[in-house]
Ligand binder design. Structure first.
Ligand code: DGT
Ligand code: CA
Ligand code: CA
Ligand code: ZN
Length: 571
């Protein structure tokens, strides 16, 4: 659709919203919305229309025509400007929140005096929305989660984007002779699923020159702080990046401090104080004589305090301090442990390419096996019923060609219906080597129905893996509200493996849920859910999430060799 049409439509929509908030004429409001719809749906650029053609659009009379001309000429209309002036800016911002229309915005303003997103946030925290007639507790909860998502979308960046930016910047810094060491820390190093800002550290003999280099790097779109030891820039991706340059004997202490989390650091500092030390980003100092006892490496800081060094993804004060004190930090799964990938798609469903192309890329990444797990239900319905055989032959040919370098397994990803039945007949499920069962539709069932649905699916003897278990979609959809404990118990009883889906928009299961699943003794499969070859390198994102969930190598089925894996699937 032409961009000008969109602009005009938006102006009319905004006008309608504002008039509605201000209590304007209902018929006019409806008429403006209709014009917006009509203009938006019009295929040609409306600025090319003559008066007669413009007047022929549905709902467009003489007055509207001239308003459209006004927007085309000036980008706005007098009437819209008046309406904007009549409605406080904050209230206009509020209507940008999904689920908060003009009617509710008006009600909130009239009843609670709320006139901005910040005030809305406050009112929700104080549970005042539920006191308003016509709103109630459910609306309050819905708006609370909409607001959280809205804030998240505005401020936080997905981990894959942050990782790419960080690695590009670090590579550019490391390439220079000015920099002896550089690293990223903060939430990215802790492998969080989203990142607020990037925290980089560097060391080198001439800090000012490093700063000079940093603020002029390619991809920097703005510089907000430019000091001799700290600079902040914004990248093209809209990500804020802080760089701190420290002395080389402070590097470890700074890495420890800026890796966080804050909660973890508070605990470590308490331990330091109890032992007569002071810990800061400059080092670990003995209070009695102010001598620095550690600081060059992170390990020496932890060691001096009698602590094991917890891997960064564990540092959330969720038990890792206790474990480190007792020397019981688990040996977490590493990317290099991963032997294969058990979830991928090809042209047999919604993937972009062939089995062979996918296998080639997986091979290049050092994978020893790859499971092709297409959604075969649609294909089976619309094509020959022997799709499974056809695909099996294609896979056999690829296995023949690549010999012992990579093994391609034939699996399926089967949809779990609302009642918990699987979307493919047993005759197909029995013929493939592995079955991933996942939910793709109808997430809105209540918790009880969802739980029943998932438990029933797991009881099907063919199911090996529960795919992207909670269905969360970062910034858009929360984890489904089923009873995780019942589901995990059913998975244990039926030997179903939990997926840790590495799609950066999913990262599902997430850390807390992984730890709960571990308590049930469940196993995990860290999968990419690739729909094209580029997705196959996402594994490390899933490994990061697994590390945040304290997962060890014996708990990960795709750290097994392919023969052992095949045994496991013959349950
Ligand atoms: P983010 O950026 O929101 O994704 O999360 P972080 O963890 O990267 O937080 P950020 O960028 O505000 O700070 C980076 C690290 O610096 C943080 O993880 C721990 C450390 N830090 C920041 N402020 C404080 C503080 O007030 N006290 C302590 N102990 N550490 C702090
Ligand atoms: Ca940060
Ligand atoms: Ca920061
Ligand atoms: Zn999939």
């Amino acid at each position: 659709m032409p961009r000008v049409n969109d602009e005009v439509a938006q102006a009319f929509e905004e006008l309608a919203d504002l008039l509605q908030i201000a209590g304007g004429d209902r018929f006019k409001i409806v008429a403006y919305r209709r014009v917006a719809e009509e203009v938006r749906a019009f295929a040609r650029d409306i600025s090319t229309l003559d008066d007669k053609e413009l007047g022929a659009l549905r709902g467009v009379g003489k007055a509207t025509s001239s308003k459209i001309r006004e927007v085309l000429k000036t980008g706005t209309m007098a009437k819209l400007e008046d309406a904007r002036a009549a409605v406080p800016r904050g209230i206009r911002e509020m209507t940008a929140l999904p689920g908060l229309g003009p009617r509710t915005a008006l009600l909130l303003h009239a009843e609670l005096g709320v006139k901005s997103l910040a005030e809305l946030d406050q009112a929700i925290k104080e549970q005042r929305l539920r006191t308003v007639k016509g709103l109630g507790k459910k609306t309050e909860e819905n708006l609370a989660s909409a607001l959280r998502r809205f804030k998240g979308r505005q401020e936080r960046v997905p981990v894959d984007v942050a990782l790419r930016v960080a690695e590009d910047l670090l590579a550019a810094l490391r390439k220079s002779d000015l920099v002896t060491e550089a690293a990223y820390c903060g939430s990215l190093r802790r492998a969080k699923e989203t990142v607020g800002d990037l925290d980089l550290l560097a060391t080198g003999p001439d800090p000012a020159a490093i700063m000079q280099l940093f603020t002029s790097l390619e991809g920097v779109s703005g510089v907000s702080v430019s000091g001799s030891t700290k600079s902040s820039i914004r990248t093209r991706e809209g990500l804020q990046v802080d760089l701190r340059v420290v002395a080389s004997d402070e590097f470890g202490a700074a890495l420890q401090y800026f890796s966080g989390s804050k909660e973890h650091n508070v605990r470590v500092r308490e331990i330091a104080v109890k032992q007569g030390y002071k810990l800061s980003e400059y080092g670990l100092f003995r209070v009695s004589d102010n001598v620095r006892v550690a600081g060059a490496t992170e390990a020496e800081v932890y060691e001096a305090l009698g602590l094991q060094t917890p891997p960064a993804p564990m540092r959330e004060n969720r038990g890792e301090i206790e474990a480190a004190l007792k020397g019981e930090i688990p040996e977490l799964i590493q990317l290099s442990d991963i032997q294969g990938d058990l979830h991928s798609h090809t042209r047999y469903s919604d993937g972009s390419t062939t089995v062979r192309e996918m296998a080639l890329t997986a091979m290049g990444l050092g994978r020893r096996y790859l499971a092709i797990t297409d959604h075969l239900d649609a294909w089976v319905k619309s094509h020959s019923p022997d799709t499974v055989k056809l695909q099996a032959e294609e896979i056999a040919a690829v296995n023949e060609e690549f010999g012992d370098r990579i093994t391609v397994l034939q699996g399926v990803e089967v949809d779990i219906g609302p009642e918990g039945t699987l979307a493919l007949p047993d005759s197909i499920l029995n013929r493939v080597e592995l079955v991933i069962a996942s939910i793709h539709r109808r997430y809105g069932l209540d918790a009880e129905a969802m739980t029943r649905r998932v438990v029933k699916a797991m009881q099907h003897p063919s199911v090996n893996i529960f795919g992207h278990p909670t269905g969360r979609w970062l910034g858009q959809r929360e984890a489904a509200e089923f009873d995780l404990e019942q589901v995990f118990a059913a998975a244990r009883d039926n030997q179903v493996v939990m997926e840790i889906n590495s799609n950066p928009a999913r990262l599902d299961l997430k850390d807390d849920h992984i730890r709960l699943a571990k308590e049930f003794g469940l196993l995990f499969s860290i999968n990419t859910d690739s729909h094209n070859p580029g997705h196959l390198s996402r594994t490390r994102l899933g490994v990061g999430m697994a590390q945040r969930g304290w997962v060890t190598r014996p708990e990960v089925i795709n750290a097994l060799a392919v023969d052992d894996l095949r045994d496991l699937f013959k349950k």
